[in-house]
Structures are given as C-alpha cells and as structure tokens.
Design a protein around this ligand. Structure first.
Ligand code: PEP
Ligand code: MN
Length: 343
C-alpha cells in the first residue's frame, strides 16, 4: 500500500505512520519529496489494520500498489532514481555513454579502447572478464587477470568500469575491482545471484533476459531492492526472435515501458540488441529518442579479430562517429515520456 502524507503532516504524524506500518509486519519505505512524504508498506502483514491507517492524523490517502513489483515501481517513489557509478550519475539529465570491448583480451587491446573511447566522449568503460558463452568451447574470458586490467584501465582513464559477474562466488572479487556489477541476460532470473547482489556495496546493471517480459525483468530488480541494494540500472539488450538477419529484436517499447513503470534508470544495449555493427548507431539514436538514460556499446580496435562479438563491435572511428550522432539535440527527448495508460 502507498500512504501519502498530506503536505501539512507533522514529523510526529509521519513517524507514527512509519512505526505502525512496521508493527503490522510490513517494511516501510519512505520517500520524502519537496511537498509531501510517501510511505510505502511492502511485504505481507495485517492488511485490514493497515487500511485503517487511512484515518490516521496527517494521512491524505492510502492506495494499493498496482503492480506485483513494489519497490521498483514509479508509484512507490514518484521520482526518478539517479544511480551514482564511481562519480558518474546514471538516470540524471545526461544520457551516459558506456563503451568497451565485449571481452577483455589483452592489456594492449583494453588500454587502446579505453583511451580512445574516453577521448571520444564516453563516460564509462565496459569489458567482460567472465564470459557467458553459449558454447563451452568458445573463449570464456580471462577472469581475474581481466579484472585487474579493467581496474588499471579505469584508473588510467578516470572512467568507472562495469563488468559481468556470473556466479555468487565471484561477487566479492568483482566488487573489489569494478565500480558496477553487470548481471548478464542469461542470469536475470538467477535468484541466488540476485539475492547475493542485494548485499553487495556496488551498483548493479541488470540486463533483461532474451525471454523475459517487462514484469519478469522488474521483479528481478525487485529482488535486489528488497534485499537492500537500491542502486540498480536496467538494461534492454534485445529479446529472442525469429529473424536470422538480426541476433535479437531490440525492444525499444520495453525500454519505454520499463521507464514508465519504474523509477530506475534504463540503459540500452544496441550491440547485443541487433548483433550488427551497421545497425548500432541508428538504434542507439532511437534508444535515446525514447528516453534511454544511457547507451552501452561494444568497441574493438580490430573487430574481425575479436574473441567474442566481433560482428556487433564498432571500430574506434565508428565509435567516435556515434558520439557525434548522439550529440546535444537528442538529449532534449529525455524528459518527454508518454503518460501511463489509465485503462
Ligand atoms: C555482454 O555484455 O557482453 C553480454 C554477454 O551481454 P548479454 O548478457 O546481454 O548477452
Ligand atoms: Mn558481448
């Protein structure tokens, strides 16, 4: 339930409501806005007594939370979340550009890309150390060696770094080297991993599974928030479809809907979304036009030699051209969000 305090509610009235929500067996999540405070009662408690709080002093109204996801819901917070990733705000006015190789392959490869994308205008570095490959015979990533290289590249360029963590055992080591931990699409519903990430001190980039509905995706994020980590950024990276000419269907309507239903920032990954470097720039632009809070793309100094995802990786000059394409005029679209349907 959402309990909206009136604009004139006193601190004591608000505290009474919060205490009562907890007494009734719910978690109380409090959002203090400029005008009013909202108390979200989440969990399974005494529902009838909770509804009776509608008559408590200082309460303006009490309404049910419309969706099964609660803490990630826009209804609960009513303002957008900005997630700080190593000093870079994700979800604010600026659309954040994250770039780097699919896999970290060597110091030379990573340093070349990291400096080039920084000089071209990126604000975050990406790179895989632990790779979720469809075949066990494909390159699986350099593991801890790659984590060390990512830290070195991040320190050298000043770009915070995001990298994937595939299993609960690796959460500590990845948190030691990375500024943000990525949950890959294949792990979006690995609930043990989500619960473990709820207890880590780093922000999380939660990719959408290729077969997840928007509701599944938001409920996966709910695991992380419910467990105590509210620093989550969602990432649309395409869903499984039928056209062999594209790796996935890049689902921009899901991105727009997730941003409407949730206060969490949503970024777009047109590299995995399309699987084709020729489509990456235009789809990145489309993502910004529908409100993406950031774009994450793969870049390689020599894509034809890449150990993973070469066909969708931009060359360094192509990345510099993308930065120009995503120039200032597009940012104004960020605030133009469609209103939620009422029926
Ligand atoms: C990646 O970012 O390289 C990756 C494997 O992403 P996804 O989980 O979206 O396939
Ligand atoms: Mn990749």
């Amino acid at each position: 339930m959402i309990i909206s305090m009136s604009a004139t509610a006193t601190e004591a009235e608000t505290n009474h409501v919060i205490d009562r929500v907890r007494e009734l067996g719910y978690q109380a999540h409090v959002t203090r806005g400029v005008e009013r405070t909202i108390v979200a009662a989440v969990g399974a408690g005494h529902r009838e007594e909770l509804a009776a709080l509608g008559a408590a002093p200082g309460v303006e109204q009490i309404v049910a939370i419309a969706h099964p996801f609660k803490l990630v819901s826009m209804q609960v917070k009513q303002k957008r979340t900005v997630v700080d990733v190593g000093g870079v705000p994700v979800g604010g006015e600026e659309c954040v550009l994250m770039a780097g190789p699919c896999s970290v392959e060597s110091r030379e490869q990573l340093m070349t890309v990291a400096h080039a994308i920084r000089d071209a205008g990126a604000s975050m570095l990406r790179g895989g150390a632990y790779k979720p490959r469809t075949s066990p015979y494909e390159f699986q990533g350099l593991g801890i060696e790659a984590l060390k290289l990512l830290r070195e590249a991040s320190d050298a360029t000043g770009l915070p770094v995001v990298t994937e963590v595939m299993s609960t055992e690796d959460v500590d080591v990845v948190s030691e080297y990375a500024d943000m931990l990525q949950v890959g699409a294949r792990n979006m519903q690995n609930f043990s991993l989500l619960r473990r990430l709820a207890k880590c001190e780093r922000p999380i980039l939660l990719k959408r599974s290729p077969s997840a509905t928007v509701k599944d995706w938001l409920l996966a994020a709910e695991y992380i928030l419910a467990g105590g980590n509210s620093e989550v950024v969602l990432c649309e990276r395409g869903i499984r479809s039928y056209d062999p000419d594209m790796r996935n269907t890049f689902d921009l309507s899901a991105l727009a809907l997730a941003r409407q239903l949730s206060h969490l920032p949503v970024v777009a990954d047109p590299s995995h979304g399309t699987g084709r470097r020729d489509l990456v720039p235009i789809m990145a632009r489309a993502a910004v036009a529908v409100g993406a809070d950031g774009v994450i793309v793969e870049v390689h100094p020599c894509p034809e030699k890449a150990l993973s995802d070469g066909p969708q990786s931009l060359t360094i000059p192509e990345f510099a051209a993308l930065v120009q394409l995503l120039g200032q005029p597009l940012r104004k679209h960020l605030r133009q969000q469609p209103k939620a349907a009422t029926a």
